[in-house]
Design a protein around this ligand. Structure first.
Ligand code: BTN
Length: 320
């Protein structure tokens, strides 16, 4: 009821829910513990400033296109989970060959790349994972994370995020140089030419300063970019539509159809960067990507080297 962003008195809430005002007070307290900002004003009642757009399975399913409806076996919407990626990784054995999507209002152990934590407060942002099965060896799926970054960018562009949107190899989505979305792919190689992939996407829709204390890099939310309020169900279903389309296209044609889009959005191309590998730091000029999705770096001695994602991270030289 409070999701509409208006004031509701304790008495009205109690009446509609058939519970006492003190039970309402306790519930409000529980919601606050989830990190939801609730204002309480004497004579007016309770309010969630800006309201909440909660996930809703029906609303989500309504916006899925035919391709996604045919492909998806189930969409799982959870209030709280350790990580939507971990949840789907745990389904692979018991639900072989099923295509699943999982969304959560909150992740208690959201995972980022290279072992980092992904800040995942309740009711804000998108935490989505998709389990997809490929008739391919893992080696043929090397460029998939690049294609997924293109899929997420296309979804954002459809919502009106344009100037300022950029990609940082391998799959960070930035807006004016600040992190807007992250992508984490996890895989299980089964027998010959059978690989299951969990594609996890986190989009900042509305992070507040308090929640952002634990984010260890410059960040931005969709609410800072777009004027209109964000319908998380619409955003999530548009994202699922695009991810499924992309996974199918990649299964058929590999990375090739995505390279042009990458070149348009690559915001580090031609820039001086420092590449951090577990062993060393290498300086050079970012030359773009190979047709397998490897980063290509021109070193000071004019030799060109290629890197696959994994443990490698990239920084602009003047930020180091
Ligand atoms: C990154 O470090 O940039 C990748 C972040 C990926 C976060 C998403 S949120 C949904 C899915 N579940 C997780 O635990 N991580 C991914």
């Amino acid at each position: 009821m409070l999701a509409d962003g208006n004031f509701h008195s304790g008495q009205d809430l109690g009446k509609r829910l058939g519970i006492t005002r003190s039970a309402i007070w306790k519930s409000i307290h529980e919601l606050s513990k989830l990190g939801i900002h609730i204002v309480s004003v004497v004579g007016k009642g309770y309010q969630i400033p800006g309201g909440l757009s909660l996930l809703d399975q029906k609303a989500l399913t309504k916006e899925l296109n035919d391709g996604a409806q045919q492909m998806l076996d189930q969409i799982i919407v959870l209030d709280q989970v350790d990580s939507t990626n971990t949840f789907l990784m745990n389904q692979i054995q018991s639900q072989p060959n099923r295509t699943l999507a999982c969304l959560a209002e909150q992740q208690t152990q959201g995972k980022g790349r290279r072992g980092r934590h992904w800040v995942s407060p309740f009711g804000h942002n998108i935490y989505l994972s998709l389990l997809f099965h490929f008739n391919k060896d893992p080696s043929e799926l090397m460029g998939l994370s690049i294609a997924i970054a293109i899929a997420v960018s296309k979804t954002l562009q459809k919502l009106g995020v344009n100037d300022g949107l950029g990609l940082k190899w391998p799959n960070d989505i930035l807006y004016n140089g600040k992190k807007l979305c992250g992508i984490l792919l996890e895989m299980v190689a089964k027998q010959h030419e059978q690989t299951s992939i969990v594609m996890g996407v986190g989009i900042n829709t509305q992070v507040n300063d308090q929640e952002a204390i634990n984010i260890d890099q410059p960040w931005i939310s969709l609410s800072d970019i777009l004027d209109a309020p964000i319908d998380r169900n619409l955003l999530a279903s548009m994202l699922i539509n695009e991810l499924i389309l992309t996974a199918k296209k990649f299964a058929e044609s590999g990375l090739e159809p995505f390279i042009k889009d990458w070149e348009r959005l690559d915001c580090y191309r031609g820039k001086a960067i420092v590449l951090h590998t577990p062993k060393e730091q290498i300086n050079g000029i970012m030359q773009g990507i190979s047709n397998r999705g490897e980063l290509q770096l021109l070193k000071a001695d004019q030799t060109q080297v290629s890197f696959m994602s994994g443990e490698v991270s990239v920084r602009l030289e003047d930020l180091v």
